[in-house]
Design a protein. Structure first.
Length: 228
């Protein structure tokens, strides 16, 4: 059980509270097909994983490219994914049209689903603690959470694209502590990513609740906070 010093809880979003309704490659393939780009979902899934693993997060010290925003970063990711999958993509404005369609797809209703425990957990936790979102997601997250009827639970949404720093960078955790006006050790961070969430939270002095395979489920947070 966590100690009584916890006064607020910060939640990661993707992989913790929300999940894609289908594999990335399926969505990429379906949207690409509308633009005459043929590539199998399996090839795009493999390509996405490879590109994701070797591409530093936007605004991170490891990134050698100074993207003006996360949309620009995603534009680079998509180009690299289709190159990796040996898919022919249109040039110029035709690619821009395809990319806009793909980008908008991942904000549209039905693309994301809430974790089965999300509403119950947020309802219970928000009765006793202040809660915020602390995410490397971009500005589309607010609409996604609103469509899933989760946004109103949160006092603040602290997003990497608005801070100019991505987890595990301490700047985004510091910003979360600042908006809450609380010391880091009184904030519990809940997340699924070993580097971005676990390492980042611990280095920032936050308490930590790990979500994921071999770790806790989201629903077990209630027992950890003595709310079950």
């Amino acid at each position: 059980m966590l100690n009584e010093s916890i006064r607020a809880v910060s939640f990661d979003a993707a992989g913790t509270l929300i999940h894609l309704a289908e594999p990335v490659g399926c969505s990429y393939s379906r949207v690409a097909d509308r633009h005459g780009i043929l590539c199998s979902p399996d090839d795009l899934n493999r390509a996405f994983r490879a590109v994701w693993e070797r591409t530093p997060a936007p605004f991170s010290p490891e990134s050698r490219i100074d993207d003006p925003n996360e949309k620009s970063w995603w534009n680079r990711i998509v180009r690299k994914v289709f190159d990796e999958a040996d898919a022919q993509i249109p040039a110029g404005s035709a690619f821009d049209t395809f990319f806009e369609d793909l980008y908008d797809h991942f904000e549209s209703p039905g693309t994301w689903i809430a974790d089965p425990a999300a509403r119950k957990v947020l309802a219970r936790v928000s009765q006793r603690y202040r809660i915020i979102i602390l995410s490397n997601f971009d500005g589309r997250l607010r609409r996604i959470l609103r469509d899933l009827e989760l946004l109103d639970f949160f006092e603040h949404t602290v997003l990497s694209c608005e801070i100019g720093a991505s987890k595990p960078d301490q700047r985004i955790f510091n910003e979360a502590a600042k908006v809450l006006d609380l010391p880091p050790n009184s904030i519990l961070h809940v997340g699924d990513d070993p580097q971005c969430d676990w390492e980042g939270a611990e280095l920032a002095g936050f308490s930590l609740f790990r979500i994921g395979a071999g770790e806790n489920s989201l629903g077990e947070l209630l027992r950890e906070l003595s709310l079950a």
